[in-house]
Design a protein around this ligand. Structure first.
Ligand code: ZN
Length: 109
């Protein structure tokens, strides 16, 4: 079992494989994860899975050098960005603490 700590830096293919195999949500906690790329765009988990070979090629042991948009930087939890969209497919990315919980916090204050 991988101990998930976020942001989880991706520096080689082994780390990329481990991140993909660990799944789309943090454990424990079940928080939704995104792959943040070298150009600061984010990828949803579906695109991560689908474009895995393209992403993996940019990491050591490197086969080719591609556009930084396919070079992964780290895995992060989308804590509270309600309007975060995938840089590739434009899907709205799930958020760990959506708006309703923000309201709860405000009532407590
Ligand atoms: Zn996507």
């Amino acid at each position: 079992m991988i101990t998930n700590k976020f942001p989880n830096k991706i520096t080689n293919k082994l780390e990329l494989n481990e991140a993909l195999n660990a799944g789309s949500h943090a454990w424990p906690g079940g928080y939704p994860l995104v792959l943040v790329m070298a150009d600061n765009e984010v990828l949803c988990w579906d695109c991560f899975r689908q474009e895995y070979s393209l992403i993996a090629q940019t990491l050591p042991p490197r086969e080719v050098i591609l556009d930084p948009q396919w070079t992964p930087s780290f895995i992060e939890v989308n804590w509270e960005n309600n309007s975060l969209h995938c840089g590739n497919c434009d899907a709205l990315i799930e958020c760990a603490y959506p708006f309703e919980e923000e309201e709860e916090k405000e009532k407590e204050n």
